[in-house]
Unconditional design. Sequence first.
Length: 316
Amino acid sequence: MPIMAVMSGLCANSAQAVSRESSSAQRNGQVKIVSLGGALAGRLGLIDKAGDGVAVLSEGTSLSDLAEGRPITPTDRIALDEAVLDAPLIPGSRIICVGLNFFSHAKEVGQAAPQRPAMFSRYPSSFVGPGQDIILPSVSAEFDYEVELAAVIGRAGRHIPETKAMTHILGFTCLADNSLRDWQTHSRQAFPGKNFDRSGAIGPWIVTPDEMPPMRDIELETFVNGVRRQHGDCGDLIFSLDHCLSYISSFMTLQPGDVIALGTPPGVASGKDNPQWLKDGDLVELRISGIGSLRNTVRAERREKVSEVCEVGKVS
């Protein structure tokens, strides 16, 4: 995999300690890519082998640089617990979600398994990063949780055969495809219920495929306030990642930074007789084997007055 050779080409004028730690991490398959926020907003970093430090990469380093094995330069090292982690999305990222893609989830909601992948898209504005609050919209009473495994594209491609699909994957991350079920059923299109601002979450980092278990063994779980609500594994997928990536690339060119979310396992609130919708103050934790956990707290939306929201467009 190209990324495994990236750190061996680090420029010698970088801090040597950063280079040694990052190179060792890459050689041993310990590669976690983070998107930094705060004062380092827009920069990428690599978590070192020990798991307690982040090698900050030079400004302008891209996901495709990592995927293609281009030489990169770390400029600093910071402690992981001092780093501000942002959503691992880049400007222009497109999030393509595969709906109803677990056999057991289709069964729990009373639907037949689809014959072809059912697709919908989400905008980056509908996601927050690790540790950030997810927003319960004031206009909905049916806020549902959904854990999903998401693949991040590292190499561009169109008409990609299934046998070559994994060569285009940079890595994997956790995605909370939280849904407003009442808005999702306003029409035949799921789009409104999937795109409320800050309703979903993604992160905490991108893990390269070499560090992941075999796809069929990857387990997904959702915990709400410490109680497990969802559990499943990718052996239950209706459509494989290889098939989904190939299918999507038949109608659009996939670009570095694009995200493919593979659907949610059983246990969603909407699949129960007495659904327990997410409410203000709930702590939602996603766990995916090979990646770790993504934690976010639910906060009720505070609606501003229309006059305050529209101040920028005020006509004098």
